[in-house]
Design a protein around this ligand. Sequence first.
Ligand code: HEC
Length: 119
Amino acid sequence: MRRVLPVVMLLCLFGNSAHAGLKAIGKGDQMQLDPAAFPNKMKERYLLMKFKCAKCHTLERTVVALQTGIAPISGQPFDRDATRAYGIKMMRKSGANMNKQEIKEIIELLNFLLDEAAK
Ligand code: HEC
């Protein structure tokens, strides 16, 4: 709860106004994005991300980072400079089971989603 509260507060501050472009469906562990309006290429990448990036933690962490522009655990900025660094960091974790091509595609998706969030 201690960790969730600041995130909820951030979502209230930014989620509905500045970053209205990226709508999440579901809450908490169920939180996901709705890829229906994404271009086909990004839809495929979203499926890849759902598969690869929700193994150790749920997608909530990534969705919140995209919506708020702040990585929820460390409080660091989650912007275009950060997506690559985080992608590589996650790829290198033991058990991540992602190759360079997959992480490249996921980073491109994260950058696309950041643009969507900023709309
Ligand atoms: C092998 C396990 C594992 C996989 C797979 C994984 N993560 Fe993580 N993730 C973690 C752990 C552990 C943390 C918390 C510590 C840290 O940031 O290193 C974390 C933290 C995060 C954070 C918050 C970072 C912060 O500084 O607040 C984000 C965002 C994130 N992950 C996104 C992703 C994305 C996107 C993917 C897929 C490319 C992914 N994770 C795949 C284990 C994983």
